[in-house]
Structure formats: structure tokens, C-alpha cells
Design a protein around this ligand. Structure first.
Ligand code: HEC
Length: 104
């Protein structure tokens, strides 16, 4: 009778394991692709610069450290229902840090 529960446990363990390893090594090319596909055009429009990169480099950027960067990415993702998985968020945050913010 307990077998299905054990199976579920193993399944969750596997899924979590995959997610944890995704956090450990962010996939920068994947982060770049996500930014271009899901983020760039709206930022270009909303910022008024006509350039989707400039929101990340604007003088009055709200992003002062890696923690705020991650929470801004999460905010845009959740608020706008972009449906990114946690590892996608991690990839795009790592890409933005690597390309624009350079906190590390
Ligand atoms: C539908 C429009 C829209 C989409 C799509 C969108 N954003 Fe945003 N984003 C905004 C707006 C508007 C702001 C400015 C918010 C503010 O100034 O409070 C912003 C700000 C940000 C900032 C802070 C920039 C800074 O330095 O101040 C980050 C980081 C960010 N977005 C990440 C993302 C990522 C990553 C995605 C794609 C996964 C994304 N956004 C998709 C509208 C969008």
C-alpha cells in the first residue's frame, strides 16, 4: 500500500535534484535567449528608450545587488505571467548579471 508514496518521494527527489543542479551552474546562453524572447521588446517599449537592454543600464536602476536583481526578475515573471521555471529565472538573472550588472 505504501509503494505509491515511495514512488512519489523518489519522483520529487529527482525533480528537486535537477532543479538544484540547474541553480549551481546557470546556463547563460539559455538566459540570453529568454531575455531576447520574453523580456527585450517589452522593456524597449516601457522604458521609452526603444532598446530593451537599456532598462538594465539606466542611471536610476532599481537593481543594486544580486538579491534585488533576482527579485526583479521574479517580479516581472510572476506579475506578467511569463511562466518561467525557477531554473529559467536563475539563468536569465545570471545572464543579466554577467552582461549588464556585473555584481560578481
Ligand atoms: C510586459 C512588460 C515586461 C516584460 C515582458 C518584462 N518586464 Fe521587466 N520590467 C518591466 C517594467 C515596466 C520595468 C520597470 C519597473 C520599474 O521601474 O519599477 C521592468 C524592470 C525590470 C528589471 C529592473 C531593471 C533595472 O535595472 O531597474 C529587471 C531586472 C527586469 N525587468 C527583468 C525582466 C526579465 C528577466 C524579464 C523576462 C523574463 C522581464 N523583465 C520581462 C516590464 C516588463
Amino acid at each position: 500500500m505504501k509503494l505509491p508514496l515511495i514512488r512519489l518521494g523518489l519522483y520529487l527527489f529527482g525533480v528537486l535534484g535537477v532543479h538544484l543542479s540547474a541553480y549551481a551552474t546557470p546556463d547563460l546562453p539559455s538566459g540570453k535567449k529568454i531575455d531576447q524572447q520574453k523580456c527585450y521588446s517589452c522593456h524597449a517599449k516601457k522604458s521609452g528608450f526603444g532598446n530593451g537592454d537599456m532598462i538594465y543600464t539606466r542611471g536610476d536602476s532599481k537593481v543594486k545587488n544580486l538579491q534585488i536583481l533576482k527579485s526583479m526578475v521574479a517580479m516581472c515573471n510572476t506579475e506578467l505571467r511569463l511562466d518561467l521555471f525557477p531554473e529559467d529565472e536563475a539563468d536569465v538573472a545570471a545572464f543579466l548579471d554577467n552582461q549588464f550588472y556585473k555584481f560578481k
